[in-house]
Design a protein around this ligand. Structure first.
Ligand code: SF4
Length: 354
């Protein structure tokens, strides 16, 4: 089939999905906090949090974030430490840093942009997020094409375009833009996402018997559901080895330092670490070179952490040390809890064996 062919089974038009989807959505939509508002700021926060994070996890983060920072202006002026703390555990901290930059842009202009060209100028907002905000908050016929939507559309049209490419996503967006209802654009966007999340699911068999598009779905009629969407094979994750130090002082404080301002977890606090796997002898040597004399080894263990494209294999050593070198930040348990946003990869090392 041609990649720009978005017809349904028996050559029916894509527009035929609109009514059954909206009806199904009205009856079946999950009750989620961001579905009770059309405030663009709140929709934006929810959409950014939902990238890479499960709905159930996002709910409490969303409520807490908006209780602390209820307006764009509050976000624009929040201290970074507070911002990172509110995001702690969601990962991909660049998302919230970009949000703060964009909030600054919005606060400066005095209004929340409501056209595609304007909204795309905001830091960290791409076509997907822009479409979600414009349709849900401003009732504009702008699609938001994420993985859920791509799965539904490629299946109902049995379209074998490469779903990982920008050009294909653009084609899907263009096909959808043509069929948006005159009002209720947000519900149409949400209905496509919801169907992909709860019925035409990513893992395992889709629940076709409960699907409002059952009769229209081309892949189902052809019995070729598993063929769609067409995606290139996943890239192998790169593995990085590192040695991480848990340095505990006599005052029950833990040594931290800050990551560089580029790359993975940029600018975040971390447990001191070096590339490669050191032996206990090598680790003791590192301590000595960093000004710690007579550190006492407490335990060593291995742990891994998986990011989107990288897998960390961590050799961890815990030492009792004296608080001598000044380039480290010495954090109490309370500060680790309430002040520093230690990324999960390191946090779980502190919790190891508890
Ligand atoms: S009929 Fe099945 S494959 Fe087709 S859209 Fe519905 S759930 Fe997905």
């Amino acid at each position: 089939m041609a990649q720009n062919d978005f017809t349904l089974t028996n050559g029916r038009a894509l527009s035929e999905i609109v009514e059954p989807l909206l009806l199904w959505y009205r009856r079946n939509a999950r009750d989620l906090p961001w579905r009770h508002t059309n405030d663009p700021y709140k929709i934006w926060v929810s959409e950014i949090m939902l990238q890479q994070t499960r709905v159930n996890t996002v709910i409490s983060y969303y409520n807490r974030f908006l209780a602390e920072l209820p307006t764009v202006e509050d976000l624009a002026s929040a201290p970074e430490e507070k911002l990172l703390k509110l995001w702690e555990g969601l990962g991909y901290y660049s998302r919230v840093r970009n949000m703060q930059k964009a909030a600054g842009q919005i606060a400066e202009s005095g209004y929340f942009p409501n056209t595609m060209p304007e909204i795309l100028k905001l830091s960290g907002i791409g076509n997907y997020t822009a479409g979600a905000i414009l349709s849900i908050a401003f009732d504009k016929p702008e699609p938001a094409v994420d993985g859920n939507v791509l799965r539904v559309i490629t299946r109902i049209t049995a379209n074998s375009g490469n779903a990982a490419t920008k050009s294909f996503k653009k084609q899907v967006a263009a096909a959808l833009r043509e069929i948006y209802p005159k009002t209720g654009c947000g519900n149409f966007t949400a209905s496509l996402m919801e169907l992909g999340a709860t019925v035409c699911v990513p893992n395992g068999r889709p629940l076709c018997e409960s699907c409002p598009l059952y009769k229209l779905c081309r892949a189902r009629a052809l019995d070729k559901i598993a063929n769609y969407p067409v995606l290139p094979p996943k890239r192998q994750k790169k593995t990085e080895e590192l040695t991480v130090f848990i340095l505990k002082s006599e005052n029950d404080r833990v040594a931290l330092n800050m990551r560089q301002n580029t790359g993975l977890l940029k600018g975040m606090p971390q447990l001191p670490n070096v590339p490669g796997k050191l032996t206990l002898e090598g680790a003791t040597d590192w301590l000595y070179k960093n000004g710690f004399e007579g550190g006492t080894p407490v335990k060593s263990f291995h742990e891994k952490h998986i990011f989107t494209h990288i897998r960390w294999e961590m050799q961890c050593y815990e030492f009792n040390v004296a608080e001598t070198p000044t380039e480290f930040i010495w954090a109490t348990a309370g500060e680790l809890e309430n002040r520093f946003s230690l990324p999960t990869a390191f946090k779980k090392l502190l919790e190891h064996g508890l």
